[in-house]
Design a protein around this ligand. Structure first.
Ligand SMILES: CNc1ncnc2c1ncn2[C@@H]1O[C@H](COP(=O)(O)O)[C@@H](O)[C@H]1O
Length: 339
């Protein structure tokens, strides 16, 4: 019988490595450029939070949270992107106050930037954490951003920075507020380096968002965009997003020839998650195009940055069987693509 754990591609790849190979990957300096805060909370931290949540005394957890935690603890399998977005209301119900948000931000930064509980080296030495400012009954979007920034800024600037995510499902009013806040906080010296576009890949007409992304760019913020994430994303949508002048792209999986030409010509680095998108990593590598290996959401996907690198190193069928030199070069590309 195979367990869920054995089926997970990162775990399989890690298990297939020799001790020396694992050590090489653990000690390799790595940058994490694409991790969503609420998708990156280590599962045990979220479970502990549900147990001792100030808002939910024992026995009073709402059904949606219980169900969401159950799916996350069994391991989520990505078949339909809408099932994926359906997981977040349960997580959000647990991270709706500034205090809890600070605590989960600390947990995420600890997971990535501090040595592991078994004494293994930190997953990475530089992290661009991203998150969508969320207004709840307990906090404004500004309070949200300040809670996250206060934790990030406990680390030196060469270790941790924030990218503000804009959700494609946002109203223009909320989008305006998020961009205004990002610019204002950057201007007073807070550590926001860029703006991201995320959320349901098919929502909204991106022509309506262009003006706000250009405003952010003019204020010195870099732009990264989730782009061509599903086969249903149209060429028109992809070309509209490319017209924003992004400095990096997330996923970029289902590209038309025209979009590919622009991305290759402008050498726009791609943030890649191999466990999800095995087929196209080789395509970019063959063309010597800059990529950055990232985790995206370790909470539902049960991956890790070292696990993603193990997928590069492990021999087929568990990985791509790349050499140490090739992997070292890929890790360097991550640092070269930082904001
Ligand atoms: C699988 N790939 C993906 N594609 C698009 N958007 C994604 C995503 N993974 C995560 N998010 C976005 O990040 C939010 C959670 O983190 P924050 O609340 O911002 O910290 C999700 O609600 C979703 O909008």
């Amino acid at each position: 019988m195979t367990t869920d754990k054995q089926k997970d591609p990162c775990t399989q790849a890690l298990h297939s490595l020799s001790g020396d190979q694992l050590k090489f990957l653990q000690n390799l300096p790595k940058a994490e450029l694409h991790a969503h805060l609420n998708g990156s909370i280590p599962l045990p931290c979220l479970q502990a939070l549900a147990k001792e949540h100030p808002q939910f005394p024992p026995g009073s957890l709402p059904e949606t949270i219980i169900k969401g935690l159950d799916i996350l603890s069994k391991g989520f399998v990505l078949n339909d992107i809408n099932d994926f977005f359906g997981l977040f209301p349960a997580i959000y119900a647990l991270t709706s106050t500034p205090k809890v948000l600070s605590s989960v931000t600390r947990d995420v930064l600890t997971h990535f930037l501090e040595p592991g509980p078994d004494g293994s080296p930190a997953q990475c030495s530089y992290m661009e954490l991203r998150s969508t400012p969320r207004m709840t009954e307990h906090m404004s979007r500004q309070q949200y951003l300040i809670a996250v920034l206060d934790e990030i800024e406990k680390y030196p600037a060469n270790k941790a920075v924030l990218i503000v995510s804009i959700d494609r499902r946002m109203s223009l009013r909320d989008l305006t507020e998020c961009v205004d806040l990002s610019i204002a906080l950057k201007e007073v010296g807070r550590r926001i380096v860029g703006i991201d576009l995320c959320g349901d890949p098919l929502a909204s007409d991106m022509n309506d968002f262009r003006h706000h992304f250009l405003r952010a760019k003019e204020a010195g913020l870099k732009i990264t965009l989730h782009i061509a994430e599903t086969p249903k994303n149209t060429e028109e949508d992809t070309l509209t997003l490319l017209s924003f002048g992004p400095s990096r792209l997330g996923h970029a999986t289902f590209l038309s020839d025209k979009a590919q030409d622009i991305i290759l010509r402008e050498r726009i680095p791609i943030e890649i998650f191999k466990s999800l998108e095995e087929h196209h990593i080789q395509w970019f590598l063959k063309r010597d195009h800059p990529i950055a290996i990232c985790t995206d959401d370790i909470l539902p996907f049960r991956n890790s940055l070292v696990g993603e690198y193990a997928l590069l190193m492990a021999d087929p069928p568990f990985g791509l069987g790349l050499t140490e030199n090739e992997i070292r070069r890929i890790a360097e590309m991550g640092f070269e693509s930082k904001f």
